[in-house]
Design a binder for this molecule. Structure first.
Ligand SMILES: [Zn+2]
Length: 342
């Protein structure tokens, strides 16, 4: 796995690109190794560490401050995560499948062997495992995970077909849903915009006020307007530069309201634009795009020394939204109504 990650020229990838690669590698592990063996905790911790470092730095050796803790990234999107597979829990769900197979006496040679050798007339869930070999012990002990998660053994035993995904979800437990889930899932936006919006919603874009708080000596002025200390609330959307952009883009969509502060903007979206209608899909796409390009402009001014005017940024955002929107027939048709930007 390390070999594969090292081959990728990951430094040139965005967070969203690296996330995709991590998901594909973890998918390979979960769908193969994790279903055959009980993975030792040390190995799982090692895999997690490599993936974490890779996500935040593009390297496997460098440590970096994680913007979001790994555990949360493994939650479903509806609960404020990014749906990365939790290998430990997946492995447990896969081990329980072995027990389910044994219980159903599914026609596999080794299961039949275990059955005749260890269980004789006993029920698999009740078997004492002290005398079994390590691998078998591990598998038979997996019932304890069901107990830990307060899942009835019978409930699993009665499943007609075993679904690792279903048991995985049960083992992980119900997680409270976040009200902004619609902003980060189910739409056609660019993954980079969504990842950036996700960090913004969690307040994990490191603004200058936070960096100063860590004792990093930098100028605290907002690089977009130069008139205030750069903070999350200032950039979205109290800053003159970003206010002008967001106001004009709202007008472009025919929405006549004032530009609010960040939390109120998110609340407004949750209340008024969380539905499935095309206009809401476009609105959410636009919000993600605006947040992405304002953050990019801030970074470019800081690290590249280049500058784009409000007008330039607005035109680019409108273009980008059209490009993405055209990937979906219904959205593209709706976008025709807003074809002209004045
Ligand atoms: Zn500013």
């Amino acid at each position: 796995m390390l070999g594969r990650i090292k081959q990728w020229t990951a430094k040139f990838l965005s967070y969203a690109g690296r996330l995709q690669l991590i998901k594909s590698v973890l998918f390979a592990i979960q769908s193969f190794w994790s279903q055959i063996f009980p993975l030792p905790k040390k190995i799982i911790r090692g895999i997690d560490t490599i993936c974490k470092r890779f996500l935040w730095t593009g390297e496997t050796k460098n440590k970096a401050k994680a913007l979001v803790v790994w555990k949360q990234l493994c939650w479903p999107k509806s609960a404020g995560g990014l749906n990365i597979t939790d290998i430990l829990i997946w492995n447990r769900a896969a081990l329980i499948k072995h027990i389910w197979n044994i219980d159903k006496k599914k026609d596999r040679v080794w299961i039949q062997w275990i059955y005749t050798y260890y269980f004789k007339q006993q029920v698999v869930w009740n078997v004492k495992v002290k005398q079994a070999v390590w691998l078998t012990q591990k598998i038979l002990c997996a019932t304890k995970y069901l107990n830990e998660a307060s899942i009835g053994i019978k409930e699993v035993m009665n499943m007609q077909e075993y679904s690792i995904r279903l048991v995985y979800d049960k083992l992980r437990g119900e997680l409270p849903k976040v009200e902004w889930k619609r902003l980060v899932c189910n739409n056609i936006r660019n993954p980079k915009w969504i990842f950036n919006l996700y960090l913004a919603i969690l307040g994990r874009l490191y603004m200058r006020d936070i960096l100063l708080g860590w004792g990093i000596a930098i100028c605290s002025d907002c690089s977009l307007c130069g008139r205030a200390t750069e903070s999350h609330d200032h950039l979205f959307f109290k800053c003159n530069y970003s206010t002008v952009i967001w106001r004009k883009l709202l007008q472009w969509l025919g929405i006549t309201r004032d530009v609010h502060g960040w939390n109120d903007e998110i609340q407004w979206t949750v209340r008024h634009a969380a539905g499935k209608k095309q206009i809401y899909v476009i609105y959410r796409m636009l919000l993600a795009c605006v947040v992405y390009y304002i953050w990019q402009e801030r970074n470019w001014r800081t690290f590249r020394g280049t500058q784009r005017s409000c007008e330039e940024l607005i035109r680019m955002i409108v273009q980008e939204v059209h490009c993405r929107g055209n990937l979906n027939f219904k959205v593209a048709r709706k976008l025709q109504e807003f074809n002209f930007y004045r």
